[in-house]
Ligand binder design. Structure first.
Ligand code: SF4
Length: 527
């Protein structure tokens, strides 16, 4: 092979400290604005990527410097540097686009799925058990300038904003303070005090955008619905078309940063976010065209499995991964025709992750007060634990019908969802928004993200069915599914839940496939 890789000249080289001062420990990409940490093999490799050596010579030289490392490990490191565009000639078009946006003043146009709908139902539930930030410095100053103590004496003295460290699921920054899970500004009548006294424009931008979020990416400012609204079904299925609301929404979109993280194809292989954007668009299209939700999940898991395996084994030259990605995505449509049988191993993985979720969430749910202001949080947390336990039972029973004990057969749980095509429509909209909006990445993990996307649907349906049954209904109503959806979407964002889900990252495709099988079975059993 005549290709002679060379490290990008514009990357900033970060040396270690103390005894490591002669070693490069990280590369900072000034075009994309991200830092890539270097492991031991990469530390040796970056200094020999000088354009003088062929790939074989680079590998041989690194092997000489790191004699305990295998050829496979060294090749994987070079592949990672290619997939992260740290090598000249890799990702040229993406870097050009990022440079034009970040340094050339090219505007980020708002983009969204054509049939995105949203309409506030005025429940006030969004101002409870929700992430109240991060808010911008300008918003911090604006809130500080309001005469809250004078106009809203019931709220008490400030400050009303606090700085928080990053946790799994949230980023560091300034957040509105909360009182037992409710925004400090939420009044007893469930109305916003800031809105009531100072007008809508005094509120932080995320309040005015809710339940929408925006993701400034290289392909545009992607607007999506995170699905945490407690009126999700009414809002997302029957609300106002977003395209008719852009005069209001457009000015609220963030434009001060570019979202372009490192993503992981598997535990060892990072890749540039541009690959994920292409995959997400293809998966969203598949979900839109699938005959039903179960088929949509089975097809998406199949495509992600093949696509990520292909990229993780891509040839060691610039552009090779791009070509493979394009080829895999071009044949993705065929996955809708493949009907693989349900694998008990997949169902067992689903049962394990659901059981772990139920166990991890149970202490928090028990600790929350069922009385007083935190009762909404308590209701959501308990419903999440119950739904996860029901999913575990359903999956275990399907995986091993003879051996598994189940409190109740899944078809009985889901009987209230009989003959209701609107359920498929609502959950499919949820999945498409999740894929489109970048939620496919869970802490940079692609497979874990797909598992989360799938679990949200199943947990939402399970919690919605339980609510309908507990109210004595023969058929689930949209308000039941909305409740279930809020339970699921918020429950998987809890710090403990994210830890559990990341631990199952390696089984993400299995879990998604099993959810597809279970949803297919449950929704087919209806009627
Ligand atoms: S500022 Fe108002 S709209 Fe925003 S979270 Fe608080 S109560 Fe809700």
């Amino acid at each position: 092979m005549s290709y002679r890789p060379v490290l990008r000249s514009d990357l900033l080289r970060v040396a270690g400290e103390g005894a490591s001062a002669d070693t490069l420990v990280a590369l900072v990409d000034p075009v994309i604005g991200r830092r890539v940490e270097l492991g031991p093999i990469a530390q040796s490799m970056v200094v020999v990527l000088d354009g003088q050596r062929t790939v074989d010579e680079v590998v041989a030289e690194v092997q000489r410097l790191r004699p305990t490392r295998t050829r496979g490990e060294i090749e994987a490191t070079l592949r990672s540097l290619l997939l992260l565009f740290c090598v000249e000639e890799a990702g040229v078009a993406v870097l050009e686009r990022a440079r034009a946006i970040r340094h050339g003043g090219v505007p980020l146009e708002p983009v969204f799925l054509e049939d995105t709908r949203v309409q506030c139902q005025g429940s006030g539930a969004c101002c409870q058990v929700y992430a109240f930030g991060p808010i911008t410095d300008e918003e911090v100053a604006r809130i500080a300038s309001l005469d809250v103590a004078g106009e809203l004496p019931e709220i008490g003295p400030g400050p009303y904003v606090e700085a928080r460290e990053a946790t799994a699921g949230t980023t560091a920054g300034h957040y509105l303070k909360t009182v037992e899970g409710r925004c400090v500004f939420l009044l007893a009548n469930r109305r916003c005090g800031v809105h009531a006294k100072f007008g809508s424009e005094a509120k932080p931008g995320f309040c005015r955008l809710y339940p929408l979020r925006a993701l400034p990416t290289i392909v545009g400012n992607r607007i999506y619905d995170r699905g945490e609204c407690q009126s999700f079904v009414a809002s997302a299925c029957d609300g106002r078309l977003l395209r008719d609301d852009m005069v209001r929404v457009g000015p609220l979109l963030p434009t001060n940063y570019l979202y372009h993280p490192v993503a992981f194809l598997d535990a060892r292989t990072p890749c540039d976010y541009s690959y994920v954007l292409a995959l997400a668009d293809t998966l969203e299209g598949l979900v839109a065209r699938a005959t039903d939700l179960g088929a949509a999940l089975r097809a998406t898991s199949l495509v992600m499995d093949r696509w990520s395996a292909a990229l993780a084994a891509s040839p060691l030259e610039p552009g090779a991964a791009d070509a493979l990605s394009a080829a895999e995505l071009a044949r993705a449509e065929g996955a809708l025709e493949e009907d693989a049988p349900v694998d008990p191993i997949d169902l067992a993985a689903l049962a394990r992750v659901a059981g772990a979720l139920a166990e991890s969430a149970a202490p928090g749910a028990q600790a929350r007060s069922a009385e007083g202001p935190d009762r909404l949080g308590a209701a959501l947390a308990r419903a999440f634990v119950e739904a996860a336990a029901a999913v575990r039972s359903g999956a275990a029973r399907l995986a091993d019908p003879a051996g598994a004990r189940s409190e109740e057969p899944a078809d009985a749980i889901f009987a209230v969802a009989a003959d209701a095509p609107w359920i498929d429509d609502a959950l499919r909209r949820s999945l498409r928004q999740r894929l489109y909006g970048g939620l496919l990445l869970e802490e940079s993990r692609l497979h874990g993200g797909l598992a989360v996307a799938a679990l949200v649907l199943l947990l939402a349906l399970t919690a919605g069915c339980s609510r309908a049954r507990s109210r004595g209904r023969a058929r689930m109503l949209p308000e039941d599914l909305s409740f279930g959806h809020a339970v699921a979407a918020r429950g998987v964002r809890e710090e403990k839940a994210i830890e559990v889900l990341l631990a199952f990252d390696g089984e993400g495709v299995r879990i998604a496939r099993a959810v597809g099988a279970l949803l297919g079975q449950c929704l087919c059993a209806r009627g």
